[in-house]
Design a protein around this ligand. Structure first.
Ligand code: GUN
Length: 288
Protein backbone atom coordinates (compact mmCIF):
# COMPACT_ATOMS: atom_id res chain seq x y z
CA UNK A 1 0.00 0.00 0.00
CA UNK A 2 1.34 3.46 -0.86
CA UNK A 3 2.39 5.67 2.03
CA UNK A 4 -0.08 8.21 3.41
CA UNK A 5 0.91 11.76 2.49
CA UNK A 6 1.36 14.29 5.30
CA UNK A 7 0.32 17.53 3.62
CA UNK A 8 2.16 20.49 5.11
CA UNK A 9 0.00 22.73 2.98
CA UNK A 10 -3.24 21.50 4.58
CA UNK A 11 -1.88 21.47 8.13
CA UNK A 12 -0.40 24.95 7.61
CA UNK A 13 -3.82 26.26 6.51
CA UNK A 14 -5.47 24.90 9.68
CA UNK A 15 -2.80 26.32 11.99
CA UNK A 16 -2.83 29.69 10.17
CA UNK A 17 -6.60 29.93 10.77
CA UNK A 18 -6.00 29.55 14.50
CA UNK A 19 -3.15 32.08 14.45
CA UNK A 20 -5.33 34.50 12.55
CA UNK A 21 -8.06 34.46 15.22
CA UNK A 22 -5.47 34.92 17.99
CA UNK A 23 -4.03 37.88 16.04
CA UNK A 24 -7.55 39.33 15.84
CA UNK A 25 -7.97 38.96 19.62
CA UNK A 26 -4.66 40.70 20.31
CA UNK A 27 -5.68 43.58 18.06
CA UNK A 28 -8.81 44.02 20.25
CA UNK A 29 -6.49 44.86 23.16
CA UNK A 30 -4.42 47.23 21.05
CA UNK A 31 -1.49 44.99 20.10
CA UNK A 32 -0.70 44.43 16.43
CA UNK A 33 1.85 41.61 16.15
CA UNK A 34 4.79 42.88 14.10
CA UNK A 35 7.62 41.09 12.31
CA UNK A 36 10.61 42.92 10.83
CA UNK A 37 12.64 41.06 8.22
CA UNK A 38 16.12 42.22 7.23
CA UNK A 39 17.36 41.26 3.76
CA UNK A 40 20.96 42.08 2.85
CA UNK A 41 22.02 41.83 -0.79
CA UNK A 42 20.28 40.29 -3.73
CA UNK A 43 20.39 36.49 -3.35
CA UNK A 44 17.36 35.32 -5.43
CA UNK A 45 16.54 32.38 -3.12
CA UNK A 46 16.64 34.66 -0.05
CA UNK A 47 14.44 37.19 -1.81
CA UNK A 48 11.85 34.57 -2.69
CA UNK A 49 11.79 33.22 0.91
CA UNK A 50 11.39 36.75 2.26
CA UNK A 51 8.56 37.51 -0.18
CA UNK A 52 6.75 34.33 0.91
CA UNK A 53 7.15 35.30 4.59
CA UNK A 54 5.79 38.80 3.96
CA UNK A 55 2.78 37.49 2.04
CA UNK A 56 1.97 34.98 4.80
CA UNK A 57 2.09 37.76 7.44
CA UNK A 58 -0.23 39.98 5.43
CA UNK A 59 -2.74 37.16 4.91
CA UNK A 60 -3.20 36.61 8.64
CA UNK A 61 -2.96 40.21 9.85
CA UNK A 62 0.60 40.33 11.20
CA UNK A 63 2.28 43.65 10.36
CA UNK A 64 5.41 42.87 8.40
CA UNK A 65 8.18 45.32 7.59
CA UNK A 66 10.98 44.55 5.17
CA UNK A 67 14.29 46.38 5.57
CA UNK A 68 16.52 45.93 2.54
CA UNK A 69 20.21 46.82 2.42
CA UNK A 70 22.92 46.45 -0.22
CA UNK A 71 25.52 43.72 0.26
CA UNK A 72 28.17 46.42 0.90
CA UNK A 73 26.89 47.37 4.38
CA UNK A 74 29.16 46.90 7.39
CA UNK A 75 28.56 44.61 10.35
CA UNK A 76 28.56 47.69 12.60
CA UNK A 77 25.69 49.24 10.63
CA UNK A 78 23.66 46.03 10.78
CA UNK A 79 24.23 45.65 14.54
CA UNK A 80 23.10 49.26 14.99
CA UNK A 81 19.88 48.57 13.05
CA UNK A 82 19.20 45.50 15.19
CA UNK A 83 19.72 47.54 18.39
CA UNK A 84 17.11 49.97 17.15
CA UNK A 85 14.62 47.14 16.48
CA UNK A 86 15.37 45.54 19.87
CA UNK A 87 14.18 48.80 21.48
CA UNK A 88 11.09 49.26 19.27
CA UNK A 89 7.94 48.15 21.15
CA UNK A 90 6.01 47.72 17.88
CA UNK A 91 8.44 45.00 16.75
CA UNK A 92 7.76 41.56 18.25
CA UNK A 93 9.90 39.50 15.91
CA UNK A 94 13.22 40.21 14.17
CA UNK A 95 14.43 37.94 11.37
CA UNK A 96 17.73 38.47 9.58
CA UNK A 97 17.63 36.38 6.41
CA UNK A 98 20.72 34.17 6.04
CA UNK A 99 23.22 33.88 4.43
CA UNK A 100 24.86 37.28 5.01
CA UNK A 101 27.71 38.77 2.93
CA UNK A 102 31.15 37.54 3.97
CA UNK A 103 32.28 40.75 5.70
CA UNK A 104 29.52 40.21 8.29
CA UNK A 105 29.87 37.67 11.10
CA UNK A 106 26.54 35.78 11.18
CA UNK A 107 26.93 34.57 14.73
CA UNK A 108 27.62 38.11 15.99
CA UNK A 109 24.44 39.28 14.24
CA UNK A 110 22.29 36.45 15.62
CA UNK A 111 23.64 37.06 19.14
CA UNK A 112 22.76 40.75 18.85
CA UNK A 113 19.03 40.06 18.36
CA UNK A 114 17.11 40.19 21.64
CA UNK A 115 16.34 36.54 22.58
CA UNK A 116 12.76 37.69 23.29
CA UNK A 117 12.38 38.77 19.62
CA UNK A 118 14.39 35.94 18.07
CA UNK A 119 11.47 34.30 16.21
CA UNK A 120 13.90 32.18 14.14
CA UNK A 121 15.06 30.50 17.37
CA UNK A 122 18.72 30.83 16.34
CA UNK A 123 20.05 32.83 19.32
CA UNK A 124 22.31 30.70 21.56
CA UNK A 125 20.03 31.52 24.52
CA UNK A 126 17.04 30.02 22.72
CA UNK A 127 19.14 27.06 21.54
CA UNK A 128 20.22 26.47 25.16
CA UNK A 129 16.67 26.83 26.45
CA UNK A 130 15.49 24.31 23.85
CA UNK A 131 18.26 21.86 24.80
CA UNK A 132 17.36 22.06 28.47
CA UNK A 133 13.63 21.68 27.79
CA UNK A 134 12.69 25.24 28.83
CA UNK A 135 10.26 27.61 27.10
CA UNK A 136 12.03 28.92 24.00
CA UNK A 137 11.44 30.12 20.49
CA UNK A 138 11.87 26.89 18.53
CA UNK A 139 13.55 27.05 15.12
CA UNK A 140 10.78 27.08 12.52
CA UNK A 141 11.61 24.11 10.28
CA UNK A 142 12.24 21.63 13.14
CA UNK A 143 9.17 22.95 15.01
CA UNK A 144 7.04 22.44 11.87
CA UNK A 145 8.36 18.90 11.34
CA UNK A 146 7.40 17.81 14.86
CA UNK A 147 3.92 19.35 14.38
CA UNK A 148 3.50 17.40 11.11
CA UNK A 149 4.33 14.08 12.81
CA UNK A 150 2.06 14.85 15.78
CA UNK A 151 -0.80 15.85 13.44
CA UNK A 152 -1.10 12.18 12.40
CA UNK A 153 -0.99 10.95 16.02
CA UNK A 154 2.21 9.04 15.15
CA UNK A 155 3.90 7.82 18.36
CA UNK A 156 7.33 9.38 18.98
CA UNK A 157 8.30 8.23 22.49
CA UNK A 158 10.70 5.27 22.32
CA UNK A 159 10.88 5.39 18.50
CA UNK A 160 14.12 5.55 16.56
CA UNK A 161 14.49 8.88 14.76
CA UNK A 162 17.32 9.10 12.24
CA UNK A 163 18.32 12.57 11.01
CA UNK A 164 20.46 12.93 7.88
CA UNK A 165 22.05 16.38 8.12
CA UNK A 166 23.67 18.34 10.93
CA UNK A 167 23.12 22.03 10.12
CA UNK A 168 22.43 24.49 12.93
CA UNK A 169 19.13 25.45 11.27
CA UNK A 170 17.60 22.00 10.67
CA UNK A 171 19.60 18.84 11.42
CA UNK A 172 20.92 19.51 14.92
CA UNK A 173 17.77 21.12 16.36
CA UNK A 174 15.29 18.66 14.82
CA UNK A 175 17.12 15.78 16.51
CA UNK A 176 17.01 17.68 19.81
CA UNK A 177 13.25 18.30 19.53
CA UNK A 178 12.60 14.59 18.94
CA UNK A 179 14.88 13.77 21.89
CA UNK A 180 12.76 16.13 24.01
CA UNK A 181 9.78 13.98 22.88
CA UNK A 182 11.59 10.88 24.22
CA UNK A 183 12.74 9.41 20.90
CA UNK A 184 16.08 7.63 20.44
CA UNK A 185 17.95 9.86 18.00
CA UNK A 186 20.78 9.07 15.58
CA UNK A 187 22.51 11.74 13.47
CA UNK A 188 24.02 10.89 10.07
CA UNK A 189 26.00 13.26 7.84
CA UNK A 190 28.43 13.45 4.93
CA UNK A 191 31.12 11.45 6.80
CA UNK A 192 28.77 8.66 7.91
CA UNK A 193 30.14 5.45 6.39
CA UNK A 194 27.20 3.04 6.66
CA UNK A 195 24.30 5.38 5.91
CA UNK A 196 21.87 2.84 4.46
CA UNK A 197 22.34 0.41 7.37
CA UNK A 198 21.42 3.17 9.82
CA UNK A 199 18.53 4.75 7.90
CA UNK A 200 16.93 1.30 7.47
CA UNK A 201 16.53 1.19 11.26
CA UNK A 202 14.60 4.46 11.39
CA UNK A 203 10.96 4.56 12.48
CA UNK A 204 11.06 8.26 11.56
CA UNK A 205 13.58 9.38 8.93
CA UNK A 206 14.32 13.10 8.56
CA UNK A 207 16.16 13.87 5.32
CA UNK A 208 18.05 17.19 5.06
CA UNK A 209 20.98 16.36 2.78
CA UNK A 210 20.51 18.97 0.05
CA UNK A 211 20.82 16.51 -2.88
CA UNK A 212 17.93 16.04 -5.30
CA UNK A 213 16.17 12.64 -5.14
CA UNK A 214 19.06 11.15 -3.13
CA UNK A 215 17.13 8.83 -0.79
CA UNK A 216 15.23 5.98 -2.44
CA UNK A 217 13.23 3.04 -1.10
CA UNK A 218 16.42 1.08 -0.28
CA UNK A 219 17.17 3.49 2.58
CA UNK A 220 13.74 3.13 4.16
CA UNK A 221 12.33 0.60 6.63
CA UNK A 222 8.86 -0.62 5.55
CA UNK A 223 6.20 1.52 7.23
CA UNK A 224 8.61 4.29 8.30
CA UNK A 225 7.68 7.98 8.46
CA UNK A 226 9.77 9.91 5.90
CA UNK A 227 10.13 13.68 6.26
CA UNK A 228 11.76 15.40 3.27
CA UNK A 229 13.32 18.76 4.13
CA UNK A 230 15.06 19.19 0.74
CA UNK A 231 14.16 21.88 -1.77
CA UNK A 232 16.03 21.41 -5.05
CA UNK A 233 15.30 23.00 -8.40
CA UNK A 234 15.88 20.67 -11.35
CA UNK A 235 17.11 21.96 -14.74
CA UNK A 236 13.52 21.61 -15.99
CA UNK A 237 12.57 24.24 -13.39
CA UNK A 238 10.60 21.67 -11.38
CA UNK A 239 11.03 21.57 -7.58
CA UNK A 240 11.92 18.30 -5.92
CA UNK A 241 13.03 17.08 -2.51
CA UNK A 242 15.97 14.99 -1.30
CA UNK A 243 13.76 11.86 -1.41
CA UNK A 244 12.81 10.04 -4.61
CA UNK A 245 9.11 10.43 -3.86
CA UNK A 246 7.36 7.82 -6.05
CA UNK A 247 9.85 5.10 -5.12
CA UNK A 248 9.94 5.93 -1.39
CA UNK A 249 6.16 6.07 -1.25
CA UNK A 250 5.98 2.35 -2.10
CA UNK A 251 7.81 1.42 1.14
CA UNK A 252 7.13 4.22 3.65
CA UNK A 253 4.08 4.39 5.94
CA UNK A 254 3.89 8.20 5.81
CA UNK A 255 5.73 10.66 3.58
CA UNK A 256 5.87 14.44 3.06
CA UNK A 257 5.75 15.85 -0.50
CA UNK A 258 7.87 18.61 -2.07
CA UNK A 259 6.46 21.14 -2.69
CA UNK A 260 3.58 21.31 -0.18
CA UNK A 261 5.33 19.54 2.70
CA UNK A 262 7.82 21.02 5.16
CA UNK A 263 8.07 24.40 3.34
CA UNK A 264 4.61 25.79 4.21
CA UNK A 265 5.05 24.59 7.79
CA UNK A 266 8.33 26.52 8.23
CA UNK A 267 6.63 29.81 7.42
CA UNK A 268 3.63 28.91 9.59
CA UNK A 269 5.85 28.34 12.63
CA UNK A 270 7.45 31.75 12.02
CA UNK A 271 3.95 33.28 12.21
CA UNK A 272 3.27 31.23 15.34
CA UNK A 273 6.50 32.45 17.00
CA UNK A 274 5.70 36.08 16.14
CA UNK A 275 2.24 35.64 17.68
CA UNK A 276 3.76 34.03 20.80
CA UNK A 277 6.15 36.96 21.17
CA UNK A 278 3.30 39.49 20.93
CA UNK A 279 1.20 37.46 23.40
CA UNK A 280 4.11 37.48 25.89
CA UNK A 281 4.23 41.30 25.63
CA UNK A 282 0.48 41.43 26.27
CA UNK A 283 0.84 39.22 29.37
CA UNK A 284 3.60 41.40 30.80
CA UNK A 285 1.46 44.54 30.12
CA UNK A 286 -1.47 42.98 32.01
CA UNK A 287 0.77 42.05 34.96
CA UNK A 288 2.16 45.60 34.91
N1 GUN B 1 18.03 31.05 5.40
C1 GUN B 1 17.57 29.81 5.08
N2 GUN B 1 16.63 29.40 5.96
C2 GUN B 1 16.50 30.41 6.86
C3 GUN B 1 15.67 30.59 7.99
O1 GUN B 1 14.87 29.72 8.39
N3 GUN B 1 15.80 31.77 8.65
C4 GUN B 1 16.68 32.72 8.25
N4 GUN B 1 16.77 33.83 8.97
N5 GUN B 1 17.46 32.59 7.20
C5 GUN B 1 17.37 31.44 6.51
Amino acid sequence: MAAEIISGKELAATIRNNISSDVFNLKQVGIVPGLTVILVGNNPASRSYVTAKEKACQEIGIRSTLLEYPDTITEEFLLHEISRLNEDNDVHGILVQLPLPKQINELAVIEHISPEKDVDGFHPINVGRMMTGQDAFLPCTPFGIVEMVKSKQIPISGKHVVVIGRSNIVGKPVGQLFLNEHATVTYCHSRTTNLKEITKQADILIVAVGKANYIDSEYIKPGAVVIDVGVNRLESGKLCGDVLFEDAQKVAGYITPVPGGVGPMTITMLLQNTLLSAQAVNRSNVKG
